[in-house]
Design a protein around this ligand. Structure first.
Ligand SMILES: [Mn+2]
Length: 325
């Protein structure tokens, strides 16, 4: 287990009474799991905690302990002694939580994105951590707090989703060490695993069928591209969360080293995600377009219509493929 390094964060948390917690927009399992685990941890220390996310909590995470208490920024009127953001690679990623976060007298953050500019007053950023959930586990140990079943369910959600159910290379020894302690609490591992890693809602499968129907191979089968458009969401009764992880199917094909998922939002905005295998870098492809992320997984939101976005994306992919040919 790696140590928690920034003691000033621990001291600030101990000294605070009211705490504002927030996480990134379009929240994933690490975002919601980290938010709820930290909420439970700090409540266990007698703190008054408000957990906030600017975007709705995806339905599949609503069964997690405390998920119903996550509020929207527009529901928050109180002032706080301290604000902490979790898993947000830069401050714009917390969306409308920024106003509340920024006016707190002490601003902290925990994150594991290598591109994080350390925007808080006190930062604990470890790009070597499998998930922000791993850093929260270190913090729990450093604070000497007990690990409860409810916290275990939340941290399992955080770490297992960010490691692709322990199948990505970021699933390091620490992730498995933490996992052993989580399972030892007796939390309902079986139903959490089934819920987060096996079950799929019908609209998600509908979106998958649309994405696969448009899968194209580029660069002699080394690159794949998939596209979904607003009409797909409407026809499949799908929410934004129903395109989560569809991109991975582009990487499940032997020989593919880089894949791209183009998610058209409307005539003006196109979200694009990337996955890559070394030596190719999803982060480099995204950063050239103004986005960010990890070597293996990254993304960008382009203020461009679909066709113009694809043009830009192709240029960045071309640069990446030519740099290693
Ligand atoms: Mn994460």
């Amino acid at each position: 287990m790696k140590p928690f390094l920034n003691n000033r964060i621990l001291e600030a948390l101990k000294a605070a009474d009211s705490i504002f917690l927030c996480t990134h927009i379009a929240p994933d399992g690490d975002a919601i799991g980290s938010l709820l685990a930290t909420k439970l941890l700090l409540e266990g220390m007698g703190k008054k905690v408000t957990a906030c996310c600017a975007d709705p909590v995806p339905k599949r995470f609503l069964s997690l302990p405390g998920a119903a208490e996550i509020v929207k920024p527009e529901q928050v009127f109180a002032d706080f002694d301290l604000a902490m953001s979790l898993d947000a690679a830069d401050m714009s990623r917390i969306g409308a939580c920024t106003q509340i976060y920024d006016k707190a007298p002490v601003r902290l953050q925990l994150d594991h994105h290598g591109t994080n500019p350390a925007y808080a007053d006190e930062n604990e950023i470890d790009s070597g951590a499998a998930a922000t959930g791993s850093i929260i586990f270190r913090m729990l140990k450093a604070l000497g707090q007990p690990l409860t079943k409810d916290m275990a369910a939340c941290l399992y959600t955080a770490i297992s989703t960010d490691t692709g159910n322990f199948s990505y290379t970021n699933a390091d020894p620490e992730a498995f060490e933490i996992m052993a302690e989580l399972v030892a609490t007796g939390f309902d591992f079986g139903s959490c695993a089934r819920q987060f890693h096996l079950m799929r809602e019908a609209p998600w499968l509908g979106m998958l069928s649309r994405a696969l129907s448009r899968l194209t191979f580029l660069y002699d089968g080394k690159v794949t591209m998939m596209t979904v458009v607003p009409q797909d969401y409407a026809e499949m009764n799908a929410l934004p969360e129903h395109s989560d992880n569809l991109i991975n199917y582009g990487m499940y094909i032997p020989g593919v080293v880089l894949c791209c998922f183009v998610n058209s939002q409307n005539d003006e905005v196109t979200k694009v995600s990337f996955r890559a295998l070394p030596p190719y870098s999803a982060r480099r492809v995204a950063v050239r377009l103004g986005g960010g992320g990890h070597e293996a997984a990254a993304g960008v939101t382009l203020k461009l219509p679909l066709d113009k976005a694809v043009e830009q994306v192709m240029k960045s992919i071309d640069e990446e493929m030519n740099s290693h040919s």
